[in-house]
Design a protein around this ligand. Structure first.
Ligand SMILES: CC(C)(COP(=O)(O)OP(=O)(O)OC[C@H]1O[C@@H](n2cnc3c(N)ncnc32)[C@H](O)[C@@H]1OP(=O)(O)O)[C@@H](O)C(=O)NCCC(=O)NCCS
Length: 135
């Protein structure tokens, strides 16, 4: 049975980092940076199979008009079982009236099934160096 945890108590951030690394979805955050980025999010969802972290999704939002979805991931052995869809739907239900944006290069069908349409524009920059901050 998969549990979808909505709070951040007792999350093993070292384990999350290790599983992300094993699954080639680590973006270089330390366990402490992972914790801070989840703690600073508007909503989060972490999927567990038993005690093991096997999925994540989180939202940055102002709670009124704009939201940005990040860290959508299901551990490879658990993919195609509806886990990411469940995490996303849970988060989307808590964002009524908001414009939601996300970046993806290879999961178009996944997001289209959830109602997303491809946008036309994006401008971006990293201030200084990626992950160099006092988080
Ligand atoms: C994309 C990702 C989050 C999907 O997780 P998941 O738990 O397997 O997703 P679901 O089981 O809820 O998939 C629902 C539907 O999305 C579509 N989908 C999911 N993965 C897909 C893939 N690799 N290729 C094509 N369609 C896919 C399918 O239509 C699927 O329905 P189906 O299994 O009945 O055919 C997962 O593959 C992943 O973690 N990928 C690496 C990280 C990533 O790319 N994240 C998103 C970009 S930020």
């Amino acid at each position: 049975m998969i549990i979808y945890q909505r709070h951040l108590e007792n999350v093993n951030w070292q384990e999350m980092k290790a599983t992300l690394t094993q699954d080639n979805f680590d973006n270089s955050r330390s366990p402490e940076q992972l914790q801070a980025s989840f703690a600073n999010s508007y909503r989060t969802c972490i999927a567990y199979a038993g005690n093991q972290i096997i999925g994540t999704a989180r939202v940055l939002s102002d709670g009124i008009c704009n939201a940005y979805i990040v860290d959508v991931w299901t551990f490879t052995p658990y993919r195609r079982q509806g886990i990411a869809s469940q995490m996303m739907q849970t988060l989307l239900n808590e964002l009524p009236g908001q414009h939601i944006c996300l970046f993806t290069d290879e999961a178009l069908e996944f997001y289209q099934k959830l109602g997303f349409k491809k946008g036309e524009t994006c401008m971006e920059q990293v201030i200084g160096k990626w992950l160099e901050n006092n988080g």
